[in-house]
Structures are given as C-alpha cells and as structure tokens.
Ligand binder design. Structure first.
Ligand code: ZN
Length: 487
C-alpha cells in the first residue's frame, strides 16, 4: 500500500532510530514520565495496569511496567495513578482552512486530545496559507494531513471547489496538486465519469491517494473498485446506490435540481427520495456493497455528528460549548433548525445512518472517526470527535471499536501504523490521559486529565489557557455565509 504521510512518516521514522523496544531502561533519556498509568491497548483491548511511559522529544522512548522503569533525573514526572492512557485521537474529516477557523479550531483540537486531523478541503490559496502556518515551529497546530481542494465538475458545487471539466483536465489537476505537495486528492459530487476515472488512473500512476465523496456520475461500488481510499458521510446519494430503484429516484431528483428546472419540483423530488430511503429496514441489497468495500479496503467516515446536528436534541442547543462558536454562526445554527415533518425526517435519517454504520462495520468495512467540523450545525471542533465516538457506540460498535476508529484505523489508513496509533516505544508521543476507563464507557474519553501532543504536555492549566484562547478567537471571528456556487 502506498504510504500516505510523506513528511510526517519520514520525520517519525527518523526519530525512531535507536529507540529501545522493551526491557528495563538503564538511563533512557526522557523529558516527561507518566508513571503508574493503565495503558489501554487499542489493538488487543487489553488493559496494562501500572505502567510508565517515558517521552523524549516528540516520541515515546520507552513504555513498560512501572517497576522496571528508570525515570531519569530532570524528567518532568506526572503521577497518573488510577488513570488511563490512550493514543491521541484523530478527527478524519475537518475543514479548518477558511474564515480564520484554524485560530479557534487548533486550540480546541489539542485541548480535547485530538492530536491529528485530516483536512478535507478548501480554497487552494487558503489551504496553502494555513498549511504554511501549521508547519511553523510553535504554531499550536495538531498534526494535519492535507487534502487538495475539492476536485469537482464544472461549475463546482462550492466556490472553493476546483473545476475539472474532462479527463485531460483531470490528469493536469492530479499532477498540479501533487506538485503543490498535498497529501491526497479530494473528489467531489459533480465530477463526470470521464474526469473521475481519469483522476483515479492518474492518481494510481503517480502514487497519490484520492478520497472524498462519490460523484453522482459513478456508483459506490465503482468508486471502491477504482481505488477511492475513503468514502465520506454515508450520504443519501450513497445509500441510494444500494436501494432497489434508488438510481432512478436519484436521477429524477438531480434532474429536478438542475439549473433551469422549476424550483418547486425540487422539494417534492427530494422528499420522495428520502421517503423511499427510509421505508422499511436497510435493504439486503446493500450487503454486497459493504462486502466489496471491505474486500477493496475502502474506508468509511460516517460523520454521524452531522446527522445529529441536523435535528439537535435540546441539550445540544443549550450546549456550553457554543461559547467556542462564532456568534453569527451559532445564530445561524439556531434559526436553521428544522421543525414539524422535516424534523421527524431528519431524525429518521440519523437513525438510518446509524444502522448502516453497524452493518458496514459488521461486514468488515474499516470505520474512520470524523466530524466534518467546519460550519456544520452543532458540530464542535475537538470535543465533537468525542461526540462522534459516542454516536459510533450508540450505533452498535463497542467502545474499543470506536476508539480504534480514531487511533489505530487512522494510522493504518495513513500507512503510518509503525509510527503512531498505539502507546508503544518508538511511536509518536501523542497521548490522552483520562480519569476513567474508556472501554467501560466511551463517554469517559471526555474526562481528560492531560494531553501530550508531539511530546508536549498539555496539563489542566494549559488546557484552560487553550480553551480561553479558542473562545476569544471564536468571538472575534467573522463567519461568512455558506459558499454554494449556485446560491
Ligand atoms: Zn466535509
């Protein structure tokens, strides 16, 4: 499998040279020691009690029984008796690179133990700008894997999309985005079949992954077979790929939505589509698609937080985390809440998506935890990833399986399982120390005692500082209206 993480993987691999794998640590140099902690092995599900984790620079230098640890003089010692340590979490679907979001998103990611994120696209110039900012020493950014702008048909769905009109343009776009140093390509809704398959071919030739939405011109099975690395959101379009007659319903809807079509035909067409989707149980005809995705190694990022935010429970509408949301955006979320029939439909859609996650997971599809933190209603940066973990458990995954979706699975997806994803010597020192066992109750991931990000300890005082900063930056942020091309 093609490695995903050029610079990140290389820097971690270089740093790993000379790290002792196990055994007593006679004078292991270390800057930080977490002592007497219970390590949660996210691979096996085992709990290893009374361990010490030594951190040197940005890596774990040694991890093993506390009784065998030799904590060097001068290391900062954090007594973690009674606490649990898990690998730092990844949010595999965020949009940080617009409207100054990075300034309030980054501190929230780190404060909530989200030490890595996969950026899923923005304007070309703003992606480049924020990528350069993130790479500056002391930037306060988590690890970020960068998508190209969304490669889309012409006209693009969003103003920040990148139009790829045909297969020649597709080849040029792949080459351009790779030359600009993006880690992967994001594919999007309006790509033509020709352009999509040309991207897939060229990406394979050039060894750059592509991931994202399934364009309306291809089926989910075709996308999986073409080598798309991940499919995002469990969208209605995606679901209709396996609903009998779904393809025809989708075509009718798209025709109704086409430019020039009478506006009043869109609503009824959409409702027919959704009602068909929600009638009865998830059809057995979806099973071959899950099987195919599992066989092809196509990952799924369900972003259940997005569905929940469409019909937010009362507690979410009053959530104290709204203080981290730009006021104009919070007002938009509030006024945009559906009512009546629409609210009921949104609730049924959310429930249906949860069922689909369970079925896909049972079929062996790899699940990635992602939130779509951007301006999606009631999706919070950083803490929203913990919401997603809880929603995955509500959908039927065990707490361990949900934790893997944010730790080991992202490491495997990124081809970097040798340098991150578990708590072990030689791995990145990205850690989350919890006051309670997350395998007992996934909501315990929010009981955060401390975070270690790239070897840097973020204790309670530092978390408080980061959250205050996030609140200040959010209150200053100007939030632009949605940037749909056809609005
Ligand atoms: Zn997104």
């Amino acid at each position: 499998m093609k490695r995903f993480l050029g610079p990140l993987a290389l820097s971690l691999a270089a740093a790993a040279c000379g790290a002792p794998a196990s055994g007593p640590a006679p004078a292991t140099p270390a800057d930080l020691a977490l002592t007497h902690v219970t390590v949660v092995d996210v691979e096996s599900g085992a709990l290893r009690a009374d361990q010490t984790v030594l951190v040197r620079g940005s890596r774990i230098a040694w991890a093993g029984p506390a009784g065998e640890a030799r904590v060097p003089a001068g290391a900062r010692v954090v007594d973690a008796t009674g606490r649990y340590v898990i690998p730092g979490l990844w949010d595999m679907h965020v949009h940080t690179s617009r409207e100054g979001r990075a300034l309030h998103f980054w501190p929230q990611f780190l404060a909530y133990g989200v030490t890595g994120v996969r950026e899923m696209g923005s304007y070309l110039d703003s992606l480049q700008h924020w990528r350069a900012q993130a790479r500056r020493p002391g930037s306060g950014a988590p690890r970020i894997v960068y998508s190209s702008p969304m490669l889309d048909g012409s006209p693009t769905s969003w103003r920040h999309g990148y139009a790829v009109a045909d297969s020649a343009a597709a080849v040029a776009a792949v080459d351009t985005m790779q030359a600009l140093g993006f880690d992967f390509l994001k594919v999007y809704n309006r790509l033509s079949r020709d352009a999509y398959f040309a991207i897939a071919r060229r990406a394979r030739e050039r060894g750059i992954p592509f991931a994202g939405h399934i364009p309306q011109s291809v089926t989910a099975t075709e996308a999986s077979d073409a080598g798309q690395r991940s499919i995002e959101h469990l969208s209605n379009d995606f679901y209709l790929n396996c609903v009998p007659g779904g393809g025809a319903l989708l075509a009718r809807f798209l025709a109704a939505r086409a430019p020039g079509a009478p506006a009043d035909s869109v609503g009824p067409a959409l409702n027919r589509l959704l009602d068909a989707m929600l009638a009865g149980p998830v059809p057995a005809s979806c099973q071959p698609l899950w099987n195919r995705m599992a066989a092809n190694g196509t990952w799924l990022t369900p972003t259940l937080t997005v569905s929940r935010g469409q019909q937010p429970p009362d507690a979410l509408v009053r959530d104290p985390r709204l203080r981290f949301v730009p006021p104009a955006l919070a007002a938009r979320w509030d006024s945009g809440r559906p009512t009546g029939e629409d609210a009921v439909r949104e609730e049924r859609i959310a429930a249906r998506r949860a069922q689909m996650v369970a079925l896909a997971h049972a079929a062996g599809v790899g699940i990635l935890a992602g939130t779509d933190a951007s301006d999606e209603p009631y999706v919070f940066a950083g803490s929203g990833l913990h919401d997603e973990l809880a929603l995955l458990v509500d959908a039927g995954l065990t707490p361990l399986q949900a934790l893997r979706a944010a730790t080991l699975n992202p490491a495997r997806y990124l081809g970097a399982a040798d340098s991150m994803g578990t708590v072990a010597a030689g791995k990145a020192a990205d850690l989350l120390v919890l006051d309670a066992n997350p395998l007992q109750d996934i909501r315990n991931t929010m009981r955060i005692f401390a975070v270690v990000a790239g070897g840097r300890l973020i204790d309670a005082a530092e978390r408080e500082r980061l959250l205050t900063l996030a609140q200040q930056e959010a209150s200053r942020a100007v939030n632009a209206p949605p940037a749909r091309q056809d609005d």
